[in-house]
Design a protein around this ligand. Sequence first.
Ligand SMILES: *Cc1c(COP(=O)(O)O)cnc(C)c1O
Length: 387
Amino acid sequence: MSELLTAAYRCWAEIDFPALQRNLAAVRTCIGEGTAIMAVVKANAYGHGMVEVVRALSDRVEMFGVANLSEARALHAVAGGSASRIYILGPALPGERPEIVKHGFVPAVSNAEEAAAYSALAMAETERQKPAAKFSIHLTIDTGMGRIGVWQDEAVAAARDILKLPGVKITGFASHLPVSDEDDAFTHAELVRFRALVIELRALGLESAIAHIENSAGIIGFSSQAGDLVRAGLMLYGSSPRPDFQSKLMPVLTWKSRVTLVRDVPAGRGISYGRTFITPKPMRIATLGVGYADGYPRHLSGKNAEVLIRGSRCAVLGRVTMDQILVDVSAWPDVAPGEEVVLLGQQGRQEILAAELAEKAGSIPWEIFTGIGTRVVRIPASCQTLR
Ligand SMILES: *Cc1c(COP(=O)(O)O)cnc(C)c1O
């Protein structure tokens, strides 16, 4: 007899690590053997749990990408291994730089001034501990994203200035694609432009610096232009930014909740805040132990959102509240408190993808995943039952 470990959970997420590894294999199939992979594990691995995700991927990827120093620190503490495998995707605060240099994390640097600050810190470190090794940075170039990086026309001049600094060396050139799932013509031209710029930059004496620009949509849509390294995020978690590729990926996270109460409601009653849904007929309505405080988007209110109960789709009624939502279980007279419900993922033959929730909520899969709250317990899919 097996007892459900999750029986006492009202809202949890089951993480399928073999699926994560299969999605990584799908990345590999796109880009071939010659290109390295950075697993992007920022924001708690898109809500999937950074520590466990990193453990599952550590032997299979070359680098990990994080958003900032505190994530780099957390990853280093658990993953161990070399700090030179940890890339910080966004600009660091001036006050964070000393620790970045001390550990040897690899920062994205947008200009020569930032590089000079790292150089000075690295020189100070070197005086304390010999032998001296130059601190590794990646020069980030703005080829159209308009967020961070040196503007493309000024990249060569910036690289020349950085080459004069005694404490740092450029070991990578990075850029980022703003419309890789929206505008193929722009993206293709941007990739060509970046490639040409990298050749010019390497000719300055930086032949061994690696080039990386592609995110998931880039990897899927433009695999032949992948460069030396790709930065895979969303697709690793089984959600494709390009719908035609979804069938090649397996969702990693199944988000579940339970029925906490079932009531028979007569016709004409208002359901939830705002009374936006009035029962048109007598209905059997279940209350679930999930709400917007768990990350179930309030914007799903009145948007025909559904959950899965017994392998069937059941409508979410009225507004999403902080800790509870209401669903129509009129078709299932014997549903009772404790019954398991799938909010995101598969149950029987039905599946709700992050893309579906995102579309209905006017959002994107990235935000659905990263919005899943800290109240939601993450467990490996394989250990949901106790013997
Ligand atoms: C988050 C991020 C990625 C990963 O993007 P996905 O679309 O999730 O694959 C890649 N590069 C940078 C710079 C990022 O910030």
